[in-house]
Design a protein around this ligand. Structure first.
Ligand code: ADP
Ligand code: MG
Length: 378
């Protein structure tokens, strides 16, 4: 009993320490697939047997390049394992934090698998809502929460409402507006109130179906647009009446692959320019926040402009950099890891919320008491 308690305290303390910065980067490597095996491609990702935050990429000349992230998920890691580490970040939206989660990487590396998942292997999006419902229930004695879901797509710098189109309304052209209190709003965007997990799965499914409307090859279009799920949490403290409103963004980014120069022309060229522009704008914003340069270039893309009030300050950011283990993808894998390292090199946000510090202090005391207790029992 004592051991159980003390390991729980240790775990909580570590979790707090882990969360004290505002930007986290997790790397996730998918398994080598049947086609790659059949084609004789080799596995170029080497994991450290004792470290869970370091990997090596083996180049064609057998040289190795090392990368470090906050955590590295291996091909055999389950959706549960991934969510266990994502949970503390996403659930902080209930404490009034704005949060952004991104899945970044080349097409086919598992961005959609991580965020959406499959019916048998549900991803971060569904698990997050499930957890938000669970915690709101748990806190129902002191807090009343209401949850709203919106889903939208950014394609060629145009915003499309994925929930509106599904209800057979004509597609509306959505624009970002500056609201009075300095936040960004998307007037007209459907916000669906959600009450439980059953309806959420259907809603997410219909939204992702709408994502591929208008495209002959569904997966093609989805790899060239950003898909954003926004969860709005309204909270009311039943004791002091204080109200909060915060956003959690779960973003499945467009594929980061560079498109070969020769094959690209017309529509395809325009698309890839828009993608490059918005992905590098995202990298620029996060690194500007980190280096605390005065000007943060939010306005360089629809994506960063829309997320402006959820990036920086005391907002929390988590990026999954998704990679392929195949030797055929070496170049793209190095590009993704370099992009993510640039993002990770830095910490954003000076001010910690008071609550965070109090929490941290509480856990520090717990840890000290724990050490003391351990000495006593010896
Ligand atoms: P992306 O969205 O980055 O283009 P997908 O999520 O569509 O990639 O993944 C490509 C394929 O690989 C899918 O069939 C998916 O189910 C599979 N896959 C991706 N990641 C994993 C994983 N960690 N474990 C098992 N299968 C995976
Ligand atoms: Mg995808």
């Amino acid at each position: 009993k004592y051991l159980e308690e003390s390991s729980e305290r240790k775990r909580l303390y570590n979790e707090m320490i882990e969360l004290k910065g505002n930007i986290r980067v997790f790397c996730r490597c998918r398994p080598l697939n049947q086609v790659e095996i059949a084609n004789g491609y080799s596995d170029i990702v080497e994991f450290d047997s004792s470290l869970d935050n370091e990997l090596h990429i083996i180049s064609s000349d057998s040289s190795k390049k090392q990368f470090k992230f906050d955590h590295i998920f291996r091909p055999e890691d389950s959706q549960e394992a991934v969510f266990a580490r994502t949970k503390p970040v996403v659930t902080s939206v209930l404490d009034g934090y704005n949060v952004c989660i991104f899945a970044y990487g080349q097409t086919g590396t598992g961005k959609t698998f991580t965020m959406e998942g499959t019916p048998e292997n549900r991803g971060v999006n569904y698990r997050t809502l499930e957890e938000l419902f669970r915690i709101s229930q748990e806190r129902s004695g002191t807090m009343r929460y209401s949850l709203f879901v919106s889903m939208l797509e950014v394609y060629n710098e145009k915003i499309r409402d994925l929930l509106a189109e599904n209800s057979n309304q004509p597609p509306k052209k959505l624009e970002i507006k500056q609201a009075a209190e300095g936040t960004q709003e998307v007037p007209g965007l459907v916000e669906a109130r959600v009450y439980g997990t059953e309806e959420v799965w259907d809603l997410l499914k219909s939204g992702s179906r709408a994502r591929s409307v208008g495209s002959t090859i569904a997966n093609e279009l989805s790899s060239r647009s950003h898909c954003l799920l926004r969860v709005t949490v309204k909270g009311e403290n039943l004791i002091d009446g204080q109200k909060t409103r915060s956003h959690l963004w779960l973003v499945d980014l467009a594929g980061s692959e560079r498109v070969g120069k020769i094959e690209v022309e017309g529509e395809r060229l325009k698309e890839s320019q828009f993608i490059n522009k918005s992905l590098s704008a995202l990298g620029d914003v996060i690194s500007a926040l980190a280096s605390k340069t005065g000007h943060i270039p939010y306005r360089n893309s629809k994506l960063t402009h829309m997320l402006q009030s959820s990036l920086g300050g005391d907002c929390k950011t988590l990026m999954f950099v998704q990679i392929s283990p195949s030797s055929a993808d070496l170049g793209e894998t190095l590009c993704s890891l370099n992009f993510a390292s640039r993002v990770r090199g830095i910490e954003s946000g000076p001010a910690k919320k008071q609550a965070d510090l109090t929490e941290l202090f509480k856990y520090k005391q717990m840890a000290e008491k724990l050490q003391h207790d351990e000495k006593e029992t010896k």
